[in-house]
Design a protein around this ligand. Sequence first.
Ligand code: ZN
Length: 466
Amino acid sequence: MKKVVLLFSLLALTDSFGQTDSLKYTLNHRLNSDKIEIIIDLNDVEAPANTASLVIPRSGPGTYDLTNYIAFVGDVKGYTSSDKTLNGQLSIGSYFTFGNEEEPLDRISYTVDLKKMETDLLGGFASSKLRPDYLGILGYSVFGFIEGHQDKPIILEINTEADWPIFSTTRPSITRKNGSDSYRIDNFSILADAQFLIGSGVQIHMVDDTEIPLFVATYTETAIDMKEIGRRGKQSLEGLANFFGYVPMPHYTMCYEFLEPISDRHDYGFSMEHLNSMTASFSVERAITEYDPKARIGGIIHHMGHSWIPLRSYGVGYRPFEWQTAPLIETIWLNEGFTWYVSFYYVLNNKNIINFFQQNIDNAPEYIKTKSLRELSLLGSTQYSLDFNIGRNLYSRGALLAYDLDQLIIEKTNGSKSFKDAMLGLLKWTEENQRAFEYEEIATIISEAVGVDISETWARWQNPIK
Ligand SMILES: [Zn+2]
């Protein structure tokens, strides 16, 4: 008996990617259904049913938002190795449990109601999308994980209509498989960060002559010019590469949706950054239709710029991420403000942007002005875009701190160093330490990177504005 079990385990431990100890996720999509099905095969990962919980994210890094994705999850079932079916029970947090059964779980399945998700979430950036010729999947809005197993490698299989092509930001390519495709993904956090654009309504464009493979992936309900989106992306990438001196992403995808608003309360203004991609969910009014040399590309530079900071250098709370809640983050002003400053002041060479940041601070409501930098960031952790007084004051304070640091560093080093060296210092520190920096470490990391004591400027910006 034991030998037979061992033999079976060895077989099960190696999958088609030659990967051991991995979980298998399957996403099943059928035409004319408002729901998709997710199956998680545990592949002999030890998970007794009575202690297992299926966690559904309530937020994602960089959203600074609490989103109750579990509200769209239903039909949760667990299956034991002897094929008992257990009903998932909604628990007190953002997770399901499976009763008292001691047998290990073999797999879990659930459905996600995408129609309800898009209807209920007013921010276009927050939801996956479903149309007659399109399925747009935002990782953290549909994928959950078994608590304790979020660091395991994942094999993801997607099954859709036989003639629907599948595109993924994890392995972008202009050649797409139809109907079904599989991906090897390092862990849950990479899966949650990924987007999948599926269907005959999706168009892919690969931009010519770029430092890294650069893709535009779109679903649109109006006429657009993909090459123009690509041109703006290329210009943005070149500007950032010139500033930082290197490009850390292996490839990059600009995911654009141009949608007929599904109601007049739905908002399509915000975009989201990811490790190697950005997701812009716009209304058809903002369609990019033709070559425009004066087009504003600050938004693209900003979101692409996040692939340096915070995606590859970040404070506590950003990563590892607490998926069951929207964690309190003290460094949103750094993530946003430093990126705003670099994007506009340097890459776009718009020196007047400083006045805009100052105006945001001067015109802030009382409840914003009386908050310290840290307090405002904690407040923004769950309502950055919901109350954009909070959001824009966070990035404005961060950007003006960056500006003051820049002036100080240039003055003290006779122009041999600048704020760029502060950014590179943070990136190098994360590369070497492989962890999030603590709040108290930031001033020291920057001071050491630029060889200037920044503590006075740093301390001044920690205070409330009033
Ligand atoms: Zn941002």
